[in-house]
Design a protein around this ligand. Structure first.
Ligand code: SAJ
Length: 443
């Protein structure tokens, strides 16, 4: 049976390389659709948890892991021989930024070396990791061809950008359109057939470079528009206009507008990172992306702006930053998740601690963290903890935070996410902010 028939008949075996926030949901979705999946992962702690039937990704249920592992449809492994036994290999390793905000492709290259060592004729290899245009054909392909096999002749190679949105209760692997592009027509066709097993809509594009660029454009679009919202917040603050009301008013326009919101900065493994991959490649072609450079400047400057708002708020209490007692609420990079990667809240804490303040944090989803020499544990959010703080700074608007209690006991609040206003009926809240407690929303 040839590969396309095996795919259509779900008779294929897939190895997903990398079981992080992208690879694990993808592996589970294929396994739930009756495909035998080997989840190749070098992190032994992750493998042990999966073998114990435990998920470490909030969007993946442990009961699904348990049943799929028990049914033999999902095999967590560090044995790369499973790659040879597979028909399709999907690489889902992360692509962070290294020094000087430059792309770090070391994880792709390590995965490529592993796959190349086990590559066989007829394999379909798909890269999902976000990277700059040309990565699939100029970086991954040569690394795989170290095997002596040639893409297009001996094995098939394609790119399909991941579109996982951690914590999104609506969009998932199944209902999010999947872009695919192979280095050959056949590779595109095969990749389309593979993803058709798990995604309702698969969209072919003409080349891996188009798919790579589309992904970067998606996230650069967010980065730039978040920066615009952050800049609007600063202008509205100076003009005494409520930026949150402005945005919700503008969002009543059913076309030609898409709301983005100010915050303490931009975190996560996508939005602050992906545009740097694009900028890096653009510069190699002798051009730049001023919007990305400006968005970097604005978004990276937001933690410092929050600190200035804290300083101003303390002044109203006759206090100064050195020696003040500050409490940050929420350190995850966005609401209702437990991930602190690139979180602006950590930068706010570092800056506040560096200014001589005594800092604490409470985050129900992040029991402790260590970042740039700052190691803290989440404190209990008691009335005493709140009233002991000279200022409370809401950096992440987790749904589970007790905002009523914060309003009741905090002496001063900087609400960078407008969480309090959303908590109260906006119609009843005074435009200056909820409760008149010096709540500086939208900073
Ligand atoms: N943020 C703002 N204002 C906004 C939106 C986001 O300050 O209006 C901040 C968030 O607080 C966070 C950062 O930006 O710190 C990133 O937020 P995000 O909502 O973009 O969340 P991510 O990083 O998980 O982005 C993912 C991305 N998914 C993929 O890359 C596959 C992105 O493409 C999605 O568009 C995004 O989720 C989403 O739509 O939520």
């Amino acid at each position: 049976m040839d590969l396309i028939q095996s795919i259509s008949g779900r008779q294929i075996r897939i190895t997903v390389v990398g079981l992080g926030y992208v690879g694990l949901p993808l592996a589970v979705e294929f396994a739930r659709n009756g495909v035998q999946v080997a989840g190749y992962e070098v992190d032994r702690a992750k493998l042990e948890r999966l073998r114990a039937g435990e998920s470490y990704i909030r969007d993946v249920r442990s009961e699904d892991i348990r049943s799929l592992v028990m049914d033999g449809l999902l095999l967590p492994t560090s044995d790369d021989r499973h790659i040879t036994l597979s028909d399709v290999i999907i690489i889902c390793v992360h692509t962070p930024c290294g020094r000087d905000n430059e792309p770090d492709l070391s994880f792709i290259l390590a995965a490529a070396r592993t796959v190349a060592s086990r590559l066989k004729r007829g394999h379909l290899v798909i890269l999902e990791s976000t990277s700059f245009p040309g990565t699939t054909e100029e970086i991954l392909q040569p690394a795989l061809e170290e095997s002596g096999l040639r893409a297009g002749r001996d094995f098939h190679l394609a790119f399909s950008p991941e579109r996982i949105d951690p914590g999104n209760p609506v969009f998932n692997v199944r209902n999010t359109a999947k872009l695919v592009a192979g280095t050959t027509e056949e590779a595109t066709f095969l990749a389309e057939a593979v993803y058709s097993l798990v995604a309702e809509r698969v969209v072919r594009v003409s080349s891996p470079r188009v798919a790579e660029m589309a992904k970067l454009f998606e996230n650069t679009f967010r980065h730039v528009n978040i920066a615009l919202a952050n800049e609007m917040a600063q202008v509205c603050e100076r003009m005494g206009i409520d930026v949150w009301e402005v945005i919700s008013a503008a969002a009543t326009k059913p076309f030609g507008f898409m709301p983005f919101y100010p915050g303490p900065g931009v975190g996560g493994h996508c939005i602050p990172v992906d545009p740097q991959y694009l900028l890096y490649k653009a510069r190699q072609y002798g051009c730049t992306l001023r919007f990305v450079e400006l968005a970097n400047e604005i978004n990276d400057g937001m933690p410092g702006h929050v600190v200035e708002r804290v300083r101003a708020s303390l002044e109203e209490l006759g206090r100064d930053l050195p020696g003040s007692r500050l409490l940050v609420l929420g350190v995850a990079y966005k609401k209702d998740i437990d991930d602190v990667r690139e979180s602006p809240a950590l930068k706010v804490l570092e800056l506040l601690a560096g200014s001589g303040a005594s800092v604490q944090y409470h985050d129900p989803m992040v029991p402790e963290f260590e970042s740039d020499g700052l190691a803290l544990k989440s404190v209990e959010l008691t009335p005493e903890t709140l009233s002991a703080a000279d200022c409370v700074i809401i950096c992440t608007d987790h749904s589970s935070l007790p905002y009523e209690r914060v309003l009741e006991h905090a002496r001063s609040i900087i609400d960078t996410r407008n969480a309090l206003r959303r908590m109260e009926d906006v119609a009843a809240a005074p435009p200056s902010g909820a409760g008149g407690k010096g709540v500086l929303a939208g900073r």
